[in-house]
Every structure is written in structure tokens, then in C-alpha cells.
Design a binder for this molecule. Sequence first.
Ligand SMILES: Cc1ncc(COP(=O)(O)O)c(C=O)c1O
Length: 389
Amino acid sequence: MTKPVTDLIHHPYIPPAGFAAPQPPVYKASTVIFKDVAAMRARDWRSKAGYTYGLHGTPTTFMLEERIATLEGGKHCVLYPSGLAAISGVGTALLSSGDEVLIPSNVYGPNKALCEGEFRRWGITHQVYDSMDLADFERRIGPKTKLVWLEAPGSVSMEFPAIDEQARICRQRGVLSALDNTWAGGVALNGFDAGCDIVVHALTKYPSGGGDVLMGAVVTRDDALNEKIKLAHMRLGFGVGANDAESLLRSLPSLPVRYAAHDRAARELASWLSTRGEIAQLLHPAFAGSPGHENWNRLCGGHAAGLFSVLFDQRFTQAQVDRFCDSLRLFKLGYSWGGPVSLVVPYDMSQIRLAHHWPEKGILVRFSVGLEDVQDLRADIQQSLEGMK
Ligand SMILES: Cc1ncc(COP(=O)(O)O)c(C=O)c1O
């Protein structure tokens, strides 16, 4: 007779098989149990035909990987605990001491910080290319270049580079290109069709859609490239929690509908704001006159995210623009995007050390449009504009 505590751990009851529900089940595990020693010894952790250890995959994380690979038009997907971890995962998998990585002038800031910090310390150099100047792009690719990051659009400056041309040049020169495709949400742009080798997606944004989950994905089509990335992923101990994976699986089916709603509302607000006397320039790739609009037109099938920036007229001081942001009631002050709550961030572009090509004057405010009623959002911006004068 076993004792009650043992019975609670090794209970004989097994529920009937065949349970079906719309939402996939959540499997939680660090330890995975093998049926015998032979199965344990035979197990190759790299194969998705079975399970080894929670860190190397559960049915829940495998399911999410397959869906994200499909979303991005790739073959393989590896999950990371944040979008930034996915970015660092690519670099650490592919770069060695003596190599060089190129990053665009509009790069997501922490990617640049990684190059300036750990990569420099490890003997990996980097160069920043002008994201809108193909000649500058091509000139900077040299014999040491092993990886080139592409990003469209800049997530603050909003200019849309010709990433198809950039990817073509990378192919010609024999270097790998990795696209941070977070803005496109898996809806607006297929990075592989544009010619990229690696697509990174911060699932934290539109795929999560709740502003409550941090996760990232690296998607590839090439088997050998995936193997390299997966090996480094394992050695570095990256993994994601089952509950976070479940949240993503729940949010994914509504992604295209949410993305379109964010897009619609953002364009309506952007269009109205651009007519206001306080605004000197609208930066939204779907609007003619925004830098790289022609590239967006060619590559994005008419889709755009719920993000845009505006430059306030130069007569407004930083303090006034700060007051505008502080006076908003529905738009909250916060980084990130893709959730239901609308957000703003004021940026002093001279402090960002962004581009070789940032001639614009005036304080920039980036809007991330959520899912609130668009007329309410417009009224909120209007009352705040009135208050800043
Ligand atoms: C363009 C872009 N890429 C990557 C990331 C990183 O995502 P995470 O916040 O999940 O690390 C962000 C986050 O703001 C982003 O804006």
C-alpha cells in the first residue's frame, strides 16, 4: 500500500482521451518523462518528433512555433523570452570575434546598444548604414561583414527603406540579412518574399495584442541556418513560459482583424492631425510625402500598423510638447505598441543619434493607436492641443 502523499503524486486516474476544444491545451513542464532508458538515450533534442526537456519544447511551444512560422511565411521558428532576446539570439548564433554586423540608422535602439556593448567587448565590430541610401548601404558591406540588419519602417522615425533592394544586395554579396519585421505584424510584409534570410518578430506587440506578454521569434526557411540558431538558443538557455505561449495562441487568430483596426484608426487620426496648424509634418509610410512611401507602396499590399509620428511646428518648445503629452487622457505615456491602449512618446531626435539623414526640425511625438473609439481618441488629442498653447 502506498501512502496518500505518494498517491497524490502517482495517481492512477487517467482522463479519457479525445477531449476537443477551440483553444489548444497548455502543457507545462521542465521535466519530460521517458517511457524507458532506451527512449531516453535515443532522443535527439533537435528533432520535433518528440520531447526531451521543457526548455527544448512542449506541445504548446511547438504549436506556437509552427503558427508563427506560418504567419511569417517561413519554415522554422525559434521562440525567445522577448523580442530583444530574439535579436541578440541571432547575433550570438551567427557572429564570431573578427566579424562585422551592419545595422540601419533607424534601428531599434537596444539592438545598437548590444553592438556597442557586448558585441564590441567580444571583438565583433559594427557599422551604422543610412537606411535610405542604397549606395551607402552597399559601400559598407566588406569582407568582415557577416550579418546585416534591416528594419522597415524605423519604429520612431517611420521612414520606410527599400528592404527588397537591400536584401538583394546582401544576396549578391553573400552576407546574411535579418529583418526586424515587428511593425508588419506578419500581415503587411513577407520578409522572405522580399529576399531576407531571417525574420525576427517581437511577438510582444501585435501577436500578443494585450500589452501583457513579452516574447520574440526568429523565423527562417533554410534548414542549416535554423540549426545554427537553434543550437545557440539551446546553449544560451532561452525559453518561454507555457502560460505566455498560451496567451499568444489565444491572441493569434484575431491578429489580422486587430491589425486592420489599428491601421484604420491610425490613418484616420494621422490624416486629421496632418491638417492641424500645430503639426509641421506627418511621418506615416502610407501617406504620400512620408519618407519611403514608395517602398511601402511596393512592399506592403496597402497594409500598415497603428503607428505614426508627427513633428510639431518649430514654434513649440519641448516643454509645450511635453505638456501636450501630459494632458492626454486616453493616450497613455508608455513604450511599446500593439495593445488595446493608445500610447504616446515624445522624442528629441537630436538625442537619439539616429540618422545620417535627419534634417527635420521640431519635436517628434510617436503615436501608437490602440483599439479605443477613434472619435474619442481624436477628441482627446484635440483637447490636449488646445491646452498646450
Ligand atoms: C521594432 C522593435 N523590435 C524589437 C523590439 C523588442 O521587443 P521586446 O520589447 O519584446 O524586447 C521592439 C520593442 O519595442 C521594437 O519596437
